[in-house]
Design a protein around this ligand. Sequence first.
Ligand code: PEP
Ligand code: MN
Length: 337
Amino acid sequence: MSHQARPEQVEAVVAKVKELGLRPETSLGEDRAVIGVIGGNAYAYREAFAHLPGIQEIVQITKPFKLASREWRPQDTVIDVGGVKIGGGEVVVMAGPCSVEGVEMLMETARHVAARGARILRGGAFKPRTSPYSFQGLGEEALKMMAEARAETGLKVITEVITPADVELVARYADVLQLGTRNMQNYALLQEAGRSGKPVMLKRGMSSTIEEWLLAAEYVLSQGNRNVILCERGIRTFETATRFTLDINAIPLVRELSHLPVVVDPSQGTGKWSLVGPVSLAAVAAGASGLLIEVHPHPDDALSDGAQSLDFETFDRLMEDLGRLTGALADRASLRR
Ligand code: PEP
Ligand code: MN
């Protein structure tokens, strides 16, 4: 719509879209509205809109993903997780154990990471383990512990949901639903998470292309949930020296293609604690809006992912380095202006 379009002109276009049996999705920007017309072959109906007042131009969204595309929403999406803003320029650190193993280790970790500047507590209650014989998580007990840690520290809570039937339960405790790499194409889960009303962090499938990842985000967005955070967590390559290969390219590329915030998980992405710090800095320098970092009071004793978990001391060093990096990036941005 043109930037002078009146609200009733926007409404008339929306009504026309519905009349044609298509789906309107309006994105309100600072100076103008963009009305997405969703439906097979929608662009063929463009003549039906030609005479309506207030329209500036009718363009075809060329990408297969629509609501996730920058073409539909030019400005960055900023997601408000109870006052913690993701995508708004600040780097949000989400830290905590891979799995919640008990209340004491969780509280100790939560207190520590909160004191060092993390804003969100991570911790798996339902673990999607490669082997059925590995620790599967403490389930609802762990969710209760996460809620207790939130009450004491003020950290928001992110945790994974692995089946559609658990979405309601997990959403009762979590501030953000994590959808894991092994479930990126579990479309029933994506849709159920989309209907939950909670922000969703969608990890990239370990063997998925960027287009498949954005189409998976589209499943959540098309349920009316606009709060999707994308998480690059490493992909499978021929390399075996690291657990996965973190795709740094994906960060600036996805930010070109999409308005959604991109965060990075350098813990799964490397599989090795000593690489987590340097790769975190690289991710932030490349434009990540946040980091998901595994921290454990005693990584050697962890029930899952100990080899990639930071102890408290290493986490502290990372937070100091991050502070210096974001300071330097801010200086660079002000020089450019
Ligand atoms: C995790 O965050 O602990 C996890 C299981 O992640 P992913 O789905 O990326 O393997
Ligand atoms: Mn893990």
